[in-house]
Design a protein around this ligand. Sequence first.
Ligand SMILES: NC(=O)c1ccc[n+]([C@@H]2O[C@H](COP(=O)([O-])OP(=O)(O)OC[C@H]3O[C@@H](n4cnc5c(N)ncnc54)[C@H](OP(=O)(O)O)[C@@H]3O)[C@@H](O)[C@H]2O)c1
Length: 214
Amino acid sequence: MTRAINRQFLLAARPVGDIKESDFEYREEPIPSPKDDEVLVRTIYLSLDPTNRIWMSDMEQYMPPVEIGEVMRGGIIGVVEESKNPNFKQGDLVSGMLGWQDYAIALGNSGFSLTRLPNPLPCPLNAFTGPLGATGFTAYFGLLDIGQPKVGETVVVSAASGAVGSIVGQIAKIKGCRVVGITGSDEKCRWLTEELGFDAAINYKTGDLEKALA
Ligand SMILES: NC(=O)c1ccc[n+]([C@@H]2O[C@H](COP(=O)([O-])OP(=O)(O)OC[C@H]3O[C@@H](n4cnc5c(N)ncnc54)[C@H](OP(=O)(O)O)[C@@H]3O)[C@@H](O)[C@H]2O)c1
């Protein structure tokens, strides 16, 4: 349903330790209008990732830190609500780094690029925040290009039940490896072995990790 306001979360302070509610400012703004070559996008899904914590800090990192007072950066899946760009039309499903807000302007002079999703969709829409999004790419290229696993090798995955780790383990299985996952509960261990097909899983909170790996 279209909302009359644009709900936004801005970075209000650089977190110290864990993130606190006071590190953000909630704001309600009018929905912006696109200018020439721009589009208005309504967010459907927002991806919340560990790297968000890095973007909030001013440490050296792979992207510029989010500035205090800016809408918090975040990857989204959304739909084009209004288009003044000849390459995008109303109803197109898109992904982009449009931030923690209901609506954003992209393309043109906005500074935000967009990727159009396939039409018709080959899978559920939210897969583009997971296996077919940044987490999937990280798992795929991290394991195959950097790790270069060979058939019969053992692949050990830490944070194995997380968004990236769970995909890494499944790709490693497809590539003929023995896969061992490390995770933080017995329930997650069962999910890895019984549903995702990992060969073994270790609960690092209850066992002796070194002994279990050996
Ligand atoms: N998402 C991406 O596209 C991407 C890209 C590049 C790099 N990375 C990096 O890959 C790693 C995993 O990312 P992810 O997206 O898979 O993360 P995720 O889905 O949030 O999973 C992170 C896992 O870390 C464990 N964990 C340990 N301490 C935690 C804490 N205090 N709070 C929350 N979780 C905690 C949890 O598993 P247990 O309960 O098993 O401990 C959790 O499942 C991160 O270091 C991230 O920066 C991610």
